[in-house]
Design a binder for this molecule. Structure first.
Ligand code: GUN
Length: 290
C-alpha cells in the first residue's frame, strides 16, 4: 500500500520517450525528413552539469534525436557564447538549444536566454516564452514544471479549487510552476526556503511542490493529510547518494502520493526536454509548409 503512494516518474518518462521515439521515426520516414536535432551547450566543469548533459545527450540519441554538443571551459566570455548561440539560431539543421545552468559568473544568464531565438528555446526561458506562459498561451514550457503537470495528470489530480503550495521561487521551477497551476485553476501560494512559519502554508497544501535543495526540509508536521507531494529538490548526501527536500518515509503514512528522489521528477524533466525538441522540430516544418 505505502509503495503504491510512490509515483514512478522513471516508468512514466520511459513511456513518454518510447512514444516519442515511435512518432519521430514514423514522421521522419513518412515525410523523408532529417531527424530532430538538439544542441546542448555546457560551460565549465560542474560535475552535476556534466552528468546531466551526458544523460540528456544519450537519451536524445536513443529516441532518434540528433545531438550536437558544445563544451567550453569556464573562461569563455559572454560575447563568445552569444556569438555561438547567434550562429546556432540561424542553423536550419538545429531545432532546439539548451544551455546548461548554472553558468560561470562572468556570463549573465538572462542575457544568454534572451539570445536564444524563441522558436528554438526548448527550456522555455526566453522572455517571450515566459510571457506566453503567463497569459496562458504557452509554446515552450520549462521542462521541470511541465513534467510535474504531466505527472499530476497521470494520476488524475483535478486542480480546480485546490490549494497548491510551491516552496521555491526560481525562474526554472517555482515561477513557471505557479503559472501552470494558476492556468489550471488551482489557488497558488509561492513560498521559499526563508518563508516565516513555512509549515503554516505547507500544511494547507492539497498539492505541495518543493524545490529548495534543502534535504528533508519537509517533515511530517509540514504536510496535509491525503495530499500529493512533488519533490523537485536534489541534494547530494555525504555517502554519495542523492535525496530530496522531503523526508519521504516520515510523510508517507499521511499523504496520498509522493515522487521519490531519484526516480521521480528528474526523469520527467528529461522526457519533457525531448518533447519540447519535438515540438520545435514540428513547428519548423509546419511553418515551412504553410
Ligand atoms: N540546470 C538545472 N535545471 C536546468 C534546466 O531545466 N535547464 C537548464 N538549461 N539548465 C538546468
Amino acid at each position: 500500500m505505502e509503495n503504491q503512494k510512490i509515483l514512478n516518474g522513471s516508468l512514466l518518462a520511459r513511456k513518454i520517450m518510447k512514444n516519442l521515439a515511435v512518432n519521430i521515426d514514423f514522421y521522419t520516414r513518412k515525410n523523408k525528413l532529417r531527424k530532430p536535432a538538439l544542441c546542448t551547450i555546457l560551460v565549465g566543469n560542474n560535475s552535476a552539469s556534466e552528468i546531466y548533459i551526458n544523460i540528456k545527450n544519450k537519451q536524445a540519441t536513443n529516441i532518434g534525436i540528433t545531438n550536437i554538443n558544445f563544451n567550453f571551459n569556464k573562461e569563455i566570455s559572454e560575447k563568445e557564447l552569444i556569438n555561438l548561440i547567434s550562429k546556432i539560431n540561424r542553423d536550419p539543421q538545429i531545432d532546439g538549444i539548451l544551455v546548461q545552468l548554472p553558468l560561470p559568473r562572468q556570463i549573465k544568464t538572462e542575457k544568454i536566454f534572451e539570445t536564444i531565438i524563441p522558436s528554438k528555446d526548448v527550456d522555455g526561458f526566453h522572455p517571450n516564452n515566459v510571457g506566453l506562459l503567463s497569459i496562458g498561451k504557452p509554446i515552450f514550457v520549462p521542462c521541470t514544471p511541465k513534467g510535474c503537470m504531466v505527472l499530476l495528470k497521470s494520476i488524475n489530480v483535478n486542480l480546480i479549487g485546490k490549494n497548491a503550495v510551491i516552496v521555491g521561487r526560481s525562474n526554472i521551477v517555482g515561477k513557471p510552476m505557479a503559472q501552470l497551476l494558476i492556468n489550471s485553476g488551482a489557488t497558488v501560494t509561492i513560498c521559499n526556503s526563508k518563508t516565516k512559519n513555512l509549515k503554516d502554508f505547507t500544511r494547507n497544501a492539497d498539492i505541495l511542490i518543493t524545490a529548495t535543495g534543502i534535504p528533508h526540509l519537509i517533515q511530517a508536521d509540514f504536510v496535509k493529510p491525503n495530499s500529493v507531494i512533488l519533490d523537485v529538490g536534489i541534494s547530494r548526501l555525504a555517502n554519495g547518494g542523492i535525496t530530496g527536500d522531503v523526508d519521504t518515509y516520515a510523510v508517507l503514512p499521511l499523504i496520498k502520493a509522493i515522487t521519490p528522489v531519484p526516480g521521480g521528477i528528474g526523469p520527467m524533466t528529461l522526457a519533457m526536454l525531448m518533447k519540447n525538441t519535438w515540438i520545435a522540430y514540428k513547428k519548423y516544418y509546419l511553418n515551412l509548409s504553410s
